[in-house]
Design a protein around this ligand. Structure first.
Ligand code: PD2
Ligand code: ZN
Length: 282
């Protein structure tokens, strides 16, 4: 028999949480009255997540949407990315940040840089006023975009990422490659499109919001160039072949996904970024 999560049960779970009872004690009460542990945990998680979402929406935030998420639930050191085993180096809940080791081989990093080099231009960012593109002083790097599936290497990396974060290849933007030289940086920003900006509805026609980012480090600067998350005082080291994944289930600062590329002090930093949309990006 499957046990039903009724509105009464949901109400009771929210009341227990509001009264300050711990998750463990609520779970114990449910088990004592005959609930299977797994069903009880699931009921608590979905109820409390739903309740938080209702509160957030009542306060004017956009509703939460599904996001990409690597399968880190069983705390395995390695994740199966299809053609490669990728190490889980760090996991943070809020913001959702997962640092990945060995997403790319050294040869793949070099090949991406070589293919991108002849096509580099001063980086543009999306112009949120209009939905077009513009040069932005907050982003002093040089960059280029590959088309999705543009060549075998790009296809292989895209398939690996899709498998790793369990999100369709079709929902990904083309990989962007950026080069930072000493003195250049990418000031802290959110990767989602600001809901209030006039250009945002135009941008969202192509696949909806961004809901996740994978920044892959292709070369190691000697000093500087970490990826920072100022809201939580986190800095991810730009180690070649590694990557940082983060997701944001609503276009809102409550996701704590403010992040930046710290100034490169010595050496060159090359990265490849994959942005993931809610729906097919075309
Ligand atoms: O280069 C970085 O570390 C960085 C920082 C912030 C990249 C991006 N954002 C990005 O590509 O969105
Ligand atoms: Zn970014």
């Amino acid at each position: 028999m499957t046990q039903q999560i009724t509105p009464e049960l949901r109400k009771w779970i929210v009341e227990q949480a509001q009264a300050g009872h711990s998750a463990e004690s609520v779970l114990q009460s449910m088990k004592d009255s005959g609930w299977e542990e797994e069903v009880a945990i699931d009921a608590m998680e979905t109820t409390l997540r739903g309740h938080l979402d209702e509160q957030a929406v009542a306060q004017g935030q956009p509703p939460a949407v599904p996001v990409p998420e690597p399968d880190v639930g069983d705390s395995s050191l390695y994740l199966d990315a299809g053609d490669r085993q990728v190490a889980v180096l760090s996991v943070m809940a809020l913001p959702r940040v997962i640092v990945l080791g060995g997403l790319l081989s050294d040869e793949e990093c070099d090949a991406l840089i070589a293919a991108a080099k002849p096509r580099m231009q001063r980086s543009l960012t999306v112009a949120t006023k209009t939905g077009g593109e513009e040069v932005n002083d907050d982003r002093t790097s040089q960059g280029m975009f590959f088309q999705r599936g543009e060549n075998d290497l790009v296809k292989k990396i895209e398939a690996r990422i899709a498998r790793l974060v369990r999100w369709p290849v079709e929902n990904g933007e083309g990989i962007q490659v950026l080069q930072y030289v000493p003195g250049t940086e990418y000031k802290p920003h959110y990767d989602y499109f600001a809901p209030d900006e006039p250009g945002t509805p135009t941008i969202l026609k192509r696949g909806g919001q961004r809901v996740g980012t994978v920044v892959m480090y292709l070369s190691e600067p000697e000093k500087g160039g970490g990826t920072t998350f100022p809201a939580v005082h986190l800095e991810v080291a730009p180690k070649r072949g590694n990557a940082v994944f983060f997701s944001y289930d609503r276009a809102d600062p409550s996701t704590k996904t403010l992040h930046g590329g710290a100034p490169v002090i010595a050496g060159e930093k090359w990265i490849a970024t994959k942005w993931l949309r809610e729906r097919e990006f075309r």
